[in-house]
Ligand binder design. Sequence first.
Ligand code: HAM
Length: 434
Amino acid sequence: MNEFIRKPRGTKDILPDEQKYWRAIEKAVEKRCLAFDFGKITTPSFESVQLFDRAIGQTTDIVQKEMFEVKRYGTSEEKREEETLVLRPEGTAGVVRVYLEKGMQVWPQPVKLYYIEPMFRYGRPQKGRYREFWQFGFEIIGDKSSQTDIATLMLIWQIFNDLGLNEKDIIIDINSIGCKICRPQINKSLSDYLIKYQKLLCPVCQERLNLNPLRILDCKEKKCQNIIAGAPQIIDYLCESCKSDFKQVLEGLDELAIPYDLNPRLVRGLDYYTKTTFEIRDLQDKTRQSSLGGGGRYDNLIETYGGPSTPAIGFAAGIERIISKIKEKKIKIPEIQKTEIFVIQLGEKAKKIALKLVYDLGNKGFASSCAMGKNSLKSQLRSADKNGAKLALIIGQREALDKSIIIKDLRDSTQESYSMNKLDEMIYKKLRQK
Ligand code: HAM
């Protein structure tokens, strides 16, 4: 047997039957983001490695071991580009780069951008974890008010609700992880506690203890989890301003009746976050290892890149994970309306007329199609039905000779024969008149 070339590990083919889910998500995101005056942005799939090194953090899994390096095929080591390029593992860093590169600081603030793009992480593939996966996400750059945090969460909630996922299925896990002022104190309180258990922590956390103790709270290792359970709570070490802002965010969510779970251990896997951080979680997912989406404030990131101090907040969701949830919950997603009119032809003469008819109907704005081969009436009717057509136009030997046509209304199965020159009038009547 032939050995076919297979798709790379951790990737996914999206076949025609699946497309309706992707389209529904794209439509929901677009509808809500455009209404909220977001502009769409598309950035390159690969960027300079420094962009992610600085943003995501040297001690994160992504930077340490999950980035795909882009090399020019077949070039010798010496001739390689100077700059190391990697496939983007996430979207925020690229958007921030564009904000600075295009001088968006002088645009009316905040700048609101959204994206729907594939991301790449060289992790160990497992359920809901791919090496290439799609995210929709958005970033609001240039506003520090808690109102923006609330608006962000509201937008996320509405998009998920539009897709049929609501308070029965999902919840927002939320926390505040402090700002430049209180973070040193938070880190110190955690280090003081964790240092006592240093030898019992997993090797990765032992390393993190000096570099970034906050990230230890995110460790999934059982032995670290037991130690983390007794760690000081971040919230107790927030400065007054962070505390007051976080209180306002929670009050805003209460007012909108958006459900949330205050999770004092939530820290997220990327280093750029400050203050409000959150994840969207399936209520059934007690392990908290497969979030549907996540985001938060990143008020220091633009400065990290050498820009002016600029507050920002954003969010991204994993599209494959949302689709799998939609299917699991058996949420009905409308089929894509492909064909309005399906032309059925029987015999050689009819076949010639059929293609011309499809061409003319298409030019008049009707989504039309016909069978390509020599199929029976029954199988052509089946195709019409499968394509979601409302009308079938049947041209047999007789119709081809006497210039008539049968219009079969597939919605109520009625059919009648008309002279060809009455066709347009009848079609407009059946499809365009209310
Ligand atoms: P993240 O939490 O790394 O955040 O990813 C966001 C979402 O992408 C996750 O919640 C998950 O649904 C999905 N995801 C992540 N990795 C995978 C994977 N290997 N396979 C399938 N789905 C995955 C970010 O990327 C931030 N840039 C979000 C953000 C935007 N923060 C501020 N602005």
